[in-house]
Write a protein that binds this ligand. Structure first.
Ligand code: NAP
Length: 315
């Protein structure tokens, strides 16, 4: 298969490119700053048509991950960039895909599990999950992330692409042992003795192991009945306090200083990110994957954490 990955030079793109390349598929990443990689990398700017269209036209599957990182302070300039980078690149791909005589048969676009409301009470699946936005007391940063996700999905689904099936993946945090990734950040807290609960610790953490993420993408490719939105998360989200405890146990440390909500705000400032990433309760479950019979290799966090820690240590 020929697979193109616009924005595939980041954390999730690397996981997918590595997976599909290792299985003998022809992987091409579209990047604004092409660097050498074991797979093909071609330039694009996410704004204008260019030579990359030839690769898109010859591809079987397009997986678009492009967008400015959300791991930053939500200043006005960063908000604009987070929003526009996603909407513009998705609109550009829509214009191009809709105009091709030979188009990829599947286009998977990144979305996010953050689109669902802050949920302590029940799990959110694709059918009866409630989208968030303007919940009483929700910080403005939470609303911003939800607005981005909604705008992004709308930009994706707004154009008809008769030759191309479309799936938006509402993905939870995707964990691999790669340095600089989101798992590395959580493990860093544990390694430095700061791996206690964050905030109240009752908020749910949704996550997915990289192996299941890649296998779930393979399922989307194989099964024509998938279109629309699909949640990518393990079936067992768990409260933050339990999540951090299992990570400490996997690392082999029994103490971890808890981080109060205000400390997360302060720490988030230092880490140049937003506390929403850990304080919002994301209780998202993979309704459609489970209904299709998908078997998770890592359905439970403690086993996933042990696997990730062991591979991080040899990394
Ligand atoms: N990581 C997760 O756990 C997770 C969870 C839920 C949703 N997501 C979503 O999934 C997507 C991929 O995640 P990721 O962690 O791989 O993100 P990432 O590491 O930040 O990579 C995204 C890529 O987008 C490109 N990009 C950055 N700014 C851009 C801009 N202004 N215009 C066009 N392209 C730009 C960059 O590639 P170049 O610099 O090479 O062009 C970058 O490597 C993101 O949109 C993210 O919001 C991720």
């Amino acid at each position: 298969m020929k697979i193109v990955l616009p924005g595939g030079s980041g954390q999730v793109g690397h996981i997918l490119a590595r997976h599909f390349h290792a299985r003998g598929h022809a992987v091409t990443v579209f990047s604004r700053n092409p660097r050498s990689a074991p797979w093909r990398v071609v330039p694009w700017d996410g704004l204008m048509p260019g030579g990359w269209i030839a690769d898109l036209e010859q591809s079987d599957v397009c997986i678009n991950l492009a967008g400015r990182s959300v791991n930053c302070r939500y200043t006005a300039a960063n908000r604009r960039s987070i929003f526009e980078s996603r909407i513009r690149s998705t609109r550009l791909l829509n214009e191009v895909v809709a105009s091709l005589r030979r188009a990829p048969r599947l286009w998977v676009n990144a979305s996010t599990a953050t689109i669902y409301r802050h949920a302590l009470d029940r799990a959110m699946n694709e059918t009866d999950g409630e989208l968030g936005g303007n919940e009483p007391g929700a910080p403005d940063t939470w609303n911003f992330s939800i607005d981005v996700a909604k705008g992004w999905e709308e930009a994706f689904f707004s154009t008809a692409t008769p030759l191309t099936r479309k799936v938006a993946i509402r993905s939870a945090m995707t964990f691999s042992p790669d340095r600089g990734g989101v798992f590395d950040a959580f493990l860093g807290l544990v390694r430095h003795g700061l791996g206690g609960r964050q905030g109240r610790g009752t908020q749910f953490v949704s996550w997915i192991h990289e192996a299941d993420f890649c296998r779930a993408v393979e399922l989307l490719i194989a099964r024509e009945e998938f279109d629309g939105v699909v949640n990518f998360a393990s079936p067992n989200p768990l409260p933050n306090g339990d999540f951090m405890r299992a990570l400490r146990e996997a690392w082999g440390i029994h103490i971890g200083l808890p981080t109060a909500g205000w400390m997360m705000e302060a720490g988030a400032w230092l880490m140049r990110t937003e506390s929403e990433l850990v304080l919002k309760s994301r209780r998202v479950v993979p309704g459609r994957l489970l209904a299709a019979g998908f078997q998770f290799l890592f359905p439970e966090w403690p086993a996933a954490a042990r696997d990730l820690v062991a591979r991080w240590r040899v990394g």
